[in-house]
Design a protein around this ligand. Structure first.
Ligand SMILES: *Cc1c(COP(=O)(O)O)cnc(C)c1O
Length: 371
């Protein structure tokens, strides 16, 4: 008999760290300093070091991390930015906020990341940047994309919002192209107790520019050099994230162990399994299987008490929010096929081996039951 397993368990996640979190929050409360202070500075330093980046600029959330990274490159009205049609809508919403136009490229079905050949086909003279997403924590194939961006004189920003600590050919993603965005939404591999984000950046001048942009464009107090925004990470979140950062390596290792267990238990389970490419070390932000009768599988798993989600059910070119881009069904066949067959299984560091075995058993039962 399989037993119920929730999709995620944030209570267990916080409980495991409760002592350290309480200590970190108490330190900030005692300091009386809540915005842009020592915790944020320490977090930026520790984050850059942990992810092998030259510098890190903490901001309010992952969406603004993407937006500000693009703005720092001068992306704006009249420009195009190429990204994936299968990602959090926030990726493309960030492009829209800069005034630029999101342009989608279809996926490599093996990884569900944008395919370099498809990217090449949609580049125009107006293309200012490529924005590949390391979807589910599995790195996009960056070398061909970087070669393409160099050859065409355009820049590449990594959406690493799901990929904290994942590696591409041994290098930490988000820090490979020189500009990468991270999200610390609570359920991400490194999560705050609220919203948070950061930009990994290798150019000191660009880092200084981003620090102004996130704080209203101020160079000194009350002198606004450029028209920035308010996208600051507060000291309480920074202190909490410093705690999380100490555990990120162990959490990612635990996720990888659970993924290995799923891969073993589901080897002949009747679902299509995610495969790590030879160039990739995934952080398994999500463990996504595919099945032609996905909705029936999801319902059968729910009956067995297993929580699942779909990341993401509607490709962006078919989202009402992007209707003005005039996307049509059939434009991106791989993304559309994926959106109707993908299913994310529970996977979080506090999950036990027993729970993973229960989920795998429930998947096998469900596949048999739906025929
Ligand atoms: C979470 C996420 C974002 C947005 O991050 P927020 O912190 O929620 O603003 C952007 N892109 C991807 C791929 C994400 O997973």
């Amino acid at each position: 008999m399989s037993q119920g397993v929730p999709f995620t368990d944030m209570k267990a996640h916080v409980a495991a760290l409760r002592g350290e979190i309480d200590e970190a929050v108490a330190r900030v409360l005692g300091s009386g300093w809540f915005i842009l202070g020592p915790e944020g500075e320490a977090f930026e330093r520790e984050l850059a070091q942990a992810l092998s980046a030259k510098d890190a600029v903490a901001v309010g959330n992952g969406t603004e991390a993407i937006q500000l990274a693009l703005e720092a490159l001068g992306v704006g009205p009249g420009d195009e930015v190429v990204t994936s049609p299968l990602t959090a809508a926030f990726t493309a919403l960030a492009i829209l906020r800069t005034g630029a136009r999101p342009v989608f490229a279809d996926l490599d079905p093996a990884t569900l990341n944008i395919a370099p050949e498809a990217v090449e086909r949609v580049i125009t003279p107006r293309t200012k940047a490529l924005l590949p997403v390391h979807l589910y924590g599995h790195p996009a194939d960056l070398d061909p994309l970087l070669a393409l961006s160099r050859a065409r004189g355009i820049t590449l920003v990594e959406d690493a919002c799901q990929a904290h600590g994942a590696r591409y050919k041994g290098r930490t993603v988000g820090a490979i192209s020189g500009l990468g965005a991270l999200s610390f939404y609570p359920t991400k591999n490194l999560g705050a107790l609220g919203d948070g984000g950061a930009i990994l950046v290798d150019d000191p001048d660009r880092a200084a520019h981003l620090r102004r942009l996130r704080n209203g464009g101020q160079s000194d107090r009350y002198r606004h050099e450029i028209s920035g925004v308010n996208s600051r990470l507060d000291e309480v979140q920074a202190a909490v994230l410093r705690v999380g950062l100490r555990h990120l390596g162990a959490w990612n290792a635990r996720r990888r162990a659970l993924a290995a267990l799923y891969l073993e238990q589901l080897a002949d389970g009747g679902v299509c399994l995610p495969l790590e490419q030879p160039y990739a070390e995934s952080n398994y932000h999500l463990f996504v299987v595919r099945h032609p009768r996905r909705d029936a599988l999801m319902a059968a798993l729910k009956e067995r008490g297993v929580g699942t989600l779909i990341h993401y059910p509607i490709p962006l070119h078919l989202q009402p929010a992007f209707a003005h881009l005039e996307g049509r069904a059939g434009d991106f066949p791989e993304a559309e096929a994926a959106a109707s067959t993908i299913l994310s299984l529970p996977l979080y560091p506090e999950m036990t081996d027993g729970q993973a075995r229960s989920v795998a058993a429930a998947v096998r039962d469900s596949v048999a039951a739906i025929g």
